[in-house]
Design a protein around this ligand. Sequence first.
Ligand SMILES: Cc1cc2nc3c(=O)[nH]c(=O)nc-3n(C[C@H](O)[C@H](O)[C@H](O)COP(=O)(O)OP(=O)(O)OC[C@H]3O[C@@H](n4cnc5c(N)ncnc54)[C@H](O)[C@@H]3O)c2cc1C
Ligand SMILES: *[C@@H]1O[C@H](CO)[C@@H](O)[C@H](O)[C@H]1NC(C)=O
Ligand SMILES: *[C@@H]1O[C@H](CO)[C@@H](O)[C@H](O)[C@H]1NC(C)=O
Ligand SMILES: *[C@@H]1O[C@H](CO)[C@@H](O)[C@H](O)[C@H]1NC(C)=O
Ligand SMILES: *[C@@H]1O[C@H](CO)[C@@H](O)[C@H](O)[C@H]1NC(C)=O
Length: 560
Amino acid sequence: MLSLTARILILGLLAQYNGQVEAQKSKGSTVTSEDWENLNQTVAGRLFQGNPFAEPCFSGQFDSPECKAIQDGYLDEKTRTDNPGAYIETQWSTCQATGEQCLLDSLNPHDPLPTLPPQECKRGSVPDYFINVQEANDVKSAFAFVKEHNIPLVVKNTGHDYKGRSSAPGSLGLWTYNLKDMKYTPDFVPTGCSTKPQQAFSAGAGVQWGEAYAFADSNNITVVGGGWLQGGGHGALSPSLGLGVDRVLEIKVVTPDGELKIANECQNEDLFWALRGGGGGTFGVVLDHTILASPRVTLPTLILSFAPDTTLAREMWSIMADNALKWAEEGWGGFSRSNVMILLNPKLSQTEAQASLAPLLDFGKQLQATNPDTTTLIFTEFSSWNEFFQTFTSQFVVGANLALASRLIPKDLFQTADTKEEFVSALLAADAATPGLIILIAAPTAFPFVPGSTSVTEAWRSSLYHITLRSNWNWNATLAEKKSHYDAASQSIDNLRKITPDAAYQNEADVHEPNHEVSFWGDNYSRLLQIKEKYDPDHLLDCWHYVGWRQESPRFSCYI
Ligand SMILES: Cc1cc2nc3c(=O)[nH]c(=O)nc-3n(C[C@H](O)[C@H](O)[C@H](O)COP(=O)(O)OP(=O)(O)OC[C@H]3O[C@@H](n4cnc5c(N)ncnc54)[C@H](O)[C@@H]3O)c2cc1C
Ligand SMILES: *[C@@H]1O[C@H](CO)[C@@H](O)[C@H](O)[C@H]1NC(C)=O
Ligand SMILES: *[C@@H]1O[C@H](CO)[C@@H](O)[C@H](O)[C@H]1NC(C)=O
Ligand SMILES: *[C@@H]1O[C@H](CO)[C@@H](O)[C@H](O)[C@H]1NC(C)=O
Ligand SMILES: *[C@@H]1O[C@H](CO)[C@@H](O)[C@H](O)[C@H]1NC(C)=O
C-alpha cells in the first residue's frame, strides 16, 4: 500500500504533467507553470485545474468507483452543477469544431463504448484552470492575469448556459459557485440612497434559485427567480411580479479595472442599468445581488395533461390563444407543452381563479370523461412558490448535447381570430419539426414596471409568451450532424419568426440568432455598447453574442 503522502505526491505529479501537456496544446499561450503558481499565491491557493467531468471513465477506468458515480450522475442536474468541469448542455465542454471531447452516451451513460479506444478524454472547452472565487481580490487577480497573458477569461457559475458562455478553450475560469451567502432584510435601503425601506433578499452569485426559494419560505417571503439575473430572468411568477431584472435593488460587482463597485439607483447608475438586462460576464463579475422580496403568496394552480394528440393540442392551444389577453392581465403564469398545461396565479382567490379558467377546466373535464386513463386534471392551491417549485423541478433535459431556439410572442398576435389561428398553426408546425416545444407564460404582463429602468429589449413588455424548442444529438454525431441540429432548431423557430418581430430572450436564444442585437436589446444596444467600452475598454470579458463581442476572438474557435 502506498502511504497517503506518497499518493498525494503522485497525484500532484500527474496534475503537473497534465498541465504541461495542455499548456503546449493551447495555441499562442505563453503561460508557464510558474505563472500559474504565482497566480495561485495571489488567490490564497484557490487555483485548481479544470478537468472534464467524465475524465475518470477513460483510459480503461470505466468500471472504477469514480466512473460509476459519474455514470449514475451523468443526467442529474445537481451532480453537474456541483462539478466545475461539468456542463448542463454537454457540447459546451467539448470543442465542437475539432471534435475534442470527453463524453458518455447521454441515452445510456452505463454504455462503455464512448470511452473505448480510439476514443480519448480531451479537455475541449473546459478551462485549463479555475479559481474558486471567495472574495473580490480573486476576481481582481484574474483580470490582471488574463490581461498580462492574453488568454480568455470565463465566468462559470452553474454551467446552465445554452450558448456556451461559461467555457472556452485555453481559458482561466472564475468559479462563482461557492458564493452562497443569503440574507433577508425587512427594511433594505440601497447604499447611499434615502428611498423608502423595502423587504429585500440578498444572495451571493452562487446561490441557486432552489436554495433561494427554500430560504424565502423560511422567512415567509416570496422571491422571483428563474434563470440568471443579468440577462432578464423569467419565471412563472413574472407575469404578476416582474422579470428578475425588474426587482434588482443593488449589485456588488468587480469591474475589469479590479475594483469592487456597488451599483444601484444612487451610484454607478449606468452600470446598474446595464447589469439589469445587458448580459452577465460583460460589464464585470457579480459577487452579490439584492432583490425585492414580496409577501408570501398562495397559488391557485391548474394542471392538465393528456396523451399526445395533435387535434387535442390544437384545441388546448386555441383555448389558450382565445383567452390569452385576459389571462395575461389577470396575472396567470405557467408552462405548456402540446399535451400539458400548468397555470398558476398569485393574484386571484381560488374561486376567482376557477371562474377565470372555466373554458380550460371544461375542456379538461370533457377529456377526463372520454379518456379517463390518460387524462390528469388537477385544480389545487399551493401554499407558496417554493412548494410549487419543489413539486415541478427536474423537467429539463440535462447531460445531453442540445441546440435551443426561442421567440418572444407579442400581444398583437391575439387581436384577431386569423392571427390567433396563424399562431396556433405555427406552434403545431414547430412542435412537429422539433418535438418538445415549451411555452413559458412568463412575460411581465400584469406587472407595473418602471419605464427605462432595465436594459432588456422592450419587447418583453409587449409580449405574452417566451417559447423555446430544441434539437438533441448524441456523443458520436459528426460535425455535419451537429450543424444540422443547430439548423433544425433555427428552421423550426422560423415558423414563429415569420409572424413576430425580432425579439428573443438572450439566455435561451438560438446560438445563431439573426439580428441578435435588436432581438435581445432593441433600442438599448447603443447605450449598452458605450457602457461596455467605459468599464471594459480592453475587452477582458467577452462572450458569444454579447454587447461588444469580438467574433474573431480565439475564445470562439470551438463554435460551429
Ligand atoms: C435546465 C435549465 C432551466 C432554465 N430555466 C430558466 C428559467 O426558468 N428562467 C430563465 O430566465 N432562464 C432559465 N434558464 C436559462 C438560464 O438563465 C441561463 O442558462 C443562464 O445562463 C444560467 O446562468 P448561470 O450563471 O447559472 O450559468 P453559467 O453557465 O455558469 O453562466 C452563464 C453566463 O453567466 C455569466 N455569469 C455567471 N455568473 C456570473 C457572475 N457572477 N458575474 C457575471 N457574469 C456571470 C457567465 O459569464 C456566462 O456568460 C434555464 C437553463 C437551463 C439549462
Ligand atoms: C494552489 O495552492 C494550493 C495550496 O497551496 C494547492 O493545494 C493547490 O494544488 C494549488 N493549485 C495548483 C493548480 O497547483
Ligand atoms: C406569512 O405571510 C403571510 C402573507 O403576508 C401572512 O398572512 C402570514 O400571517 C405570515 N405568517 C407568519 C407565520 O408570519
Ligand atoms: C453512436 O453510438 C450509439 C451508442 O452510443 C450507437 O448505437 C450508434 O450506432 C452510433 N452511431 C454511429 C454512427 O456510430
Ligand atoms: C431603451 O429602449 C427604450 C425602448 O425603445 C427607449 O425608450 C429607451 O430610451 C432606451 N434607453 C436607453 C438608455 O437607450
